[in-house]
Design a protein around this ligand. Structure first.
Ligand SMILES: Nc1nc2c(ncn2[C@@H]2O[C@H](COP(=O)(O)OP(=O)(O)OP(=O)(O)O)[C@@H](O)[C@H]2O)c(=O)[nH]1
Ligand SMILES: [Mg+2]
Length: 325
């Protein structure tokens, strides 16, 4: 299962206490070393979109604690830093401040929690007033922060629409994805991603245009009130540049099918209805050409660009690819 939203706690390591000790020889002074600092905690964006699953069993991650100071002025070792890998596209919302941090690029690394400072040992605490301190400082706790981690896929295009409208089939045809396809609603239970690749250009043969497409589970009337799989996967198309609204050509009331999905987008909010959208009139092989034209005419009245496509019609797929790239 893909975890795309989870509460997490991140901590820097605790600083260790300084040591209280005195040299073994008669009359020798304090020689307690300092405690080591706690390690810092970083987060880094990686391409594994399932990386939030690491929190399913344990929601807290902490860098290592420092080690205590020792005799003969030996300072304790610093705690190791910890880098927690999170999926690219994760937003961290800080509970205390509401601050939002975005891991929008693979490799992006942020220092989130400083480790605590280690305490001074009694050797460092010597002073003119007190040449033989019998106390050392304790270590400080590391920074602790609680976040809501929300994963939103980073994709250029988002396939969405009613269940069974052919979204995953299109993803598989346009990209090398292998999403499950089935002749029943709610085949897709988790979002899928695929990359559509264009031909290399003559002037730069090594660089091929690449775009990412996201395919999300189907929406039904009432999805925003939790019907079907609900609208919780819509966050994965919040960042796309273009919505690919799939409607099957054999729909009996194509305008209604369109409006059902639009209503759910509107209920969800977050700017989805303001995004640019094209309609993919899917499964165009299922009906006569004249019927396809009739459906297109109805949809065009909504002022939308309509592309008839079929996974069995190579030309229609190429035309769509061209539009996308
Ligand atoms: N004839 C024909 N059938 C298609 C075409 N595209 C998809 N199908 C069929 O339509 C059914 C649904 O396809 P999916 O790709 O699973 O549809 P989906 O929109 O991803 O469905 P959910 O994940 O359940 O929302 C499958 O039986 C596909 O084989 C097409 O272009 N022509
Ligand atoms: Mg699907």
């Amino acid at each position: 299962m893909l975890i795309d939203e989870i509460e997490i706690v991140l901590k820097g390591g605790t600083g260790a206490p300084g040591k209280v000790s005195f040299g073994k020889m008669e009359g020798s002074g304090p020689d307690g070393g300092n405690g080591g600092d706690g390690g810092d905690l970083y987060v880094r964006a990686i391409s594994d979109l399932k990386a939030l699953n690491q929190f399913s069993k344990q929601s807290t991650k902490a860098a290592d604690n420092g080690l205590p100071g020792a005799q003969r002025q030996k300072d304790g070792k610093q705690g190791n830093d910890l880098t927690v890998n999170l999926p690219v596209g994760t937003t961290l919302v800080d509970h205390a401040t509401g601050q939002e941090l975005e891991l929008d690029e693979v490799g992006k690394t942020i220092l989130l929690c400083k480790g605590g400072i280690g305490g001074l040992g009694n050797y460092e605490l010597r002073s003119a007033r007190n040449t033989t301190p019998k106390k050392a400082q304790g270590g400080r706790p590391g920074e602790e922060r609680q976040f809501l981690a929300i994963l939103k896929y980073i994709a250029d295009f988002g396939l969405m629409g009613l269940p069974n409208s052919g979204k995953s089939s299109l993803l598989n045809e346009l990209t090398s994805a292998t999403a499950e396809v089935g002749n029943y609603p709610f085949t897709t239970l988790e979002p899928n991603l695929g990359m559509v690749e264009g031909k290399a250009r003559l002037d730069s043969p090594t660089s091929r245009p690449r775009r990412i497409i996201a395919d999300i589970p189907g929406l039904i009337e009432g999805a925003s009130h939790g019907r079907g799989l609900g609208v919780r996967f819509l966050k994965h198309i919040e960042k796309v540049k273009l919505l690919l609204h799939c409607i099957a050509v054999d729909s009996e009331d194509i305008k209604k099918d369109y409006q059902i999905v639009r209503r759910e987008l509107k209920e969800f909010g977050r700017g989805l209805t303001e995004k640019e959208e094209i309609i993919l009139l899917t499964k165009s092989d299922l009906v006569e050409k004249i019927q396809v034209q009739k459906q297109i005419r109805i949809l065009k009245k909504l002022n939308k660009n309509v592309y008839p496509v079929s996974i069995y019609d190579w030309e229609s797929l190429e035309a769509l690819k061209k539009r996308l790239l």
